[in-house]
Design a protein around this ligand. Structure first.
Ligand code: ATP
Ligand code: ZN
Length: 298
């Protein structure tokens, strides 16, 4: 292992994605000793170095091949690629959607502003930290509006009369409401993604990437799935299988001597917990246990 080539993964140093990114790597069994303000941090039990940077720089580093991998918001990946030009899409790809950092890039206007549809923004000025994404959206919709690039506190731009509207990231919408703004148009749905550069590497390096990728996928899949156990009448088995979006065929264990009742164990995705449970109950399932899974491997 000491001779393995080392990989670099870019993650956000301090912000909304940092803690979950560290958790994901720790979930893969990686150990590192990071001290604040360190830009590079070596993993002590895997040939990996963490590069701790601003989220704005992550997609650039991975696209350029400075880092092989990165964890970044899809919003920032899109903004970087749009700003750098279309041919950049060949330089990077998404390995996994990570399911955290969920938000949307949306246009908002002052409460009192008249808004019917996107055409109401014609000839308006819109402040944003995502000028390339906003410009792309306006072009796609044939709307002529002025894009004003500001880097922070976008939501106060209308009150300061810097712009007529804003385009910013929204999760709950409470920041918009507290600034007297109304969300009117989503531009992009986002969550954090694991990205990989498309630059070519030695077979040894590719092997290390695959090892890490497999571990990451194991942790991500585990987070999205549950181990489900229940008892049910034998005749309900087929219906239960159709209700549960299982990853594998469930294990079926006969209960009692007449074989009419069974125990079912399965690894299943959890799309909509309560409605799935209600459907299972309705076909006769009982004693339903739903257990979190730490890791899935192989
Ligand atoms: P940095 O100092 O790294 O540049 P930042 O302040 O630009 O940090 P954060 O606010 O930490 O960035 O947001 C990082 C990412 O978190 C966003 O790009 C987005 O993918 C995600 N995110 C999720 N919800 C929100 C939200 N409500 N507002 C902003 N970002 C969000
Ligand atoms: Zn940022």
């Amino acid at each position: 292992m000491n001779n393995s080539p080392r990989l670099r993964i870019a993650i956000q140093k301090s912000g909304r994605l940092s803690e979950k990114s560290f958790d994901l790597l720790r979930g893969c069994g990686l150990e590192f000793d990071w001290r604040r303000n360190q830009l590079l941090c070596a993993c002590t039990n895997f040939p990996l170095d963490l590069m701790l940077v601003r989220d704005d720089d992550i997609a650039e580093f991975v696209t350029d091949g400075v880092c092989e991998l990165g964890i970044v918001g899809f919003n920032m990946l899109e903004e970087t690629l749009l700003a750098r030009g279309d041919n950049q899409r060949q330089e990077v790809h998404i390995l996994e959607r990570l399911g955290f950092g969920t938000c949307r890039l949306a246009i908002a206007v002052p409460e009192e502003k008249h808004f019917v549809d996107i055409n109401s923004l014609a000839n308006c000025s819109i402040a944003t930290s995502y000028p390339a994404s906003l410009q792309y959206f306006l072009n796609q919709n044939h709307v002529e509006a002025e894009v004003i690039h500001i880097s922070g506190s976008v939501e106060i731009a209308p009150a300061l009369q810097i712009a007529d509207a804003i385009c910013d990231l929204v999760s709950t919408g409470s920041t918009l409401r507290s600034n007297g703004l109304r969300e009117v148009q989503t531009i992009l749905e986002s969550q954090s993604v694991l990205i990989q550069t498309n630059k070519k590497f030695s077979p040894e390096k590719n092997e290390v990437i695959s090892r890490l990728e497999e571990r990451l996928k194991g942790v991500i899949r585990a987070a999205k799935t549950k181990y489900i156990m229940m008892n049910a009448p034998l005749e309900a088995l087929e219906e239960i299988k159709s209700i549960m979006p299982g990853l594998e065929d469930p294990s079926v264990i006969p209960l009692g001597s007449d074989g009419k009742k069974i125990a079912i164990h399965a690894v299943a995705r959890e799309p909509d917990f309560w409605s799935t449970m209600e459907k299972l109950r309705a076909v006769g399932a009982s004693s339903i246990l739903v257990v979190p899974i730490e890791k899935i491997f192989g």
